[in-house]
Design a protein around this ligand. Sequence first.
Ligand SMILES: Cc1cc2nc3c(=O)[nH]c(=O)nc-3n(C[C@H](O)[C@H](O)[C@H](O)COP(=O)(O)OP(=O)(O)OC[C@H]3O[C@@H](n4cnc5c(N)ncnc54)[C@H](O)[C@@H]3O)c2cc1C
Length: 487
Amino acid sequence: MKAAPSYNNERRRIVAEHPIWRGGHYVLYWMQAYRRLSHNHALDYACTCARELKKPLVIYEGLRLDYPWASARHHRFILEGMRDNLTVARERGLVYWPFVQTPHDSGKGLVHRLAENACLVVTDDWPCFVVPAQTKALAGRTSRRVVAVDSNSVVPLANLGAAVAAAAHLRPRIQKAFGEAFKHRSRALPEFGTVGNTGLSAPFPTWDGDVESTLRSIVFRDVVPPVKGVVGGPAAAQKQLRSFVEKRLSRYAEERSNPVPPENGAASGLSPYLHYGHLSIEQVAFEVLQSAYGTCEFEMGKSGRREGFYGSNPNVNSFLDEALTWRDVGHHWLFHRLGDEQTLKTALPTWAFSTLEKHTQDERKYVYSAEQLETAKTHDPLWNAAQTELVKTGTIHNYLRMLWGKKVLEWSGTPEEAYQVLVHLNNKYALDGRDPNSYTGILWCFGLFDRPWPPERPVFGNIRYMSSDNTAKKFKVGAYLDYVKSL
Ligand SMILES: Cc1cc2nc3c(=O)[nH]c(=O)nc-3n(C[C@H](O)[C@H](O)[C@H](O)COP(=O)(O)OP(=O)(O)OC[C@H]3O[C@@H](n4cnc5c(N)ncnc54)[C@H](O)[C@@H]3O)c2cc1C
């Protein structure tokens, strides 16, 4: 089977080179990261293969128990998404086989068994966390072709060239490719064709959609409760997107950085949904452009600029620069540098690592243990509030998140200790944690994608410095502190 030439061919990577098995019972879409049934290039490609091979499409979505930082918080969010997918699949007559590992049913070898009956396997090419290793493990074992498809952003990551040292280097590449890529965005309604009514039945007991009883049956090592009032899944993601576009987008450029309680803020609150794959950034860009201009055929500005590329509306420009440039910076960096995020030595540019190393022996005014940091027991009320917000709500305001990271660098025995603590706290508690932007966001606090900042200071060297006092002077933080106390 030859894929028709298309812009989106660039999104595909054959990770197991076997020929397509035409005798297979179905085409398998193994949904690992883009946990949604629309606006998904991997799903679109799986549908195309199924149509061309005249085979049914089987969509398999699994959830294991033993992923790093597994907790009721992460689990519930993902399960709520699986429940939504189950509902949509039933409505549309799709063959959707969800599996949730329990202490009594490990599902060992399940994906491999499903793959062996397939013509080929299509999966998600998400460059982070357990996904690349899971894909590699299947590719090394199966005798079927495995194709990983990039549905991370508007422009395929493979079209963006080599890894960059600054967002300013990636921005013009994204903007140059944006017009063509956006014309070829994934389908709001995938072409499922006649994939339903196949007579196929799952060779294992599929998950029944009961989120509560599933959570009750599992004892997690990390005790992190779900966030009250926050619902995961594609349906909740659509609600959050609508509310952002209707109520907050018009204030985004001016107010996104103000550390205020979330209900008064201008940020979208979309990152958990983007992280778990419940929402596509292509759809976000579409809705934002539509709402501002009534069309996506807007007049693009000169590429390379932060302002004015996405038409004349400053809120649209400011938002899409975060949602496309900055978000893509993280995905693109991990796409090329997977594994390097493990330590500062492998991740940081030479200037940043050297300046930190030069100041490693500097005396620290405060040194806090990982436990003191986790329990928000520092001398700094604003930092403690940010950490408390993270623990209780699974989010931190973006501006305070930068301060949060910088202070841990200042208060840890070594930069490496600081980095590892931040990764742990972020990934354990944040609903958007364990994401490419978790690593690159934290690494930014240590100089990644930044430049040397004079004057050279103790501990920081030439890494950009931030202080709670300056933040408190710049913004009125009283309402934020009261909000966190009320949590
Ligand atoms: C120390 C530190 C840790 C971080 N950890 C994470 C993380 O675990 N997961 C995560 O998604 N982001 C992380 N970020 C980036 C940023 O804080 C969040 O993306 C943003 O606060 C999410 O809130 P929002 O959806 O309301 O953002 P909005 O302001 O509404 O932005 C819309 C979308 O654009 C993207 N975006 C916005 N700001 C950034 C940014 N600075 N860098 C990259 N993408 C951005 C996100 O996908 C976001 O959902 C981190 C930043 C720092 C400094």
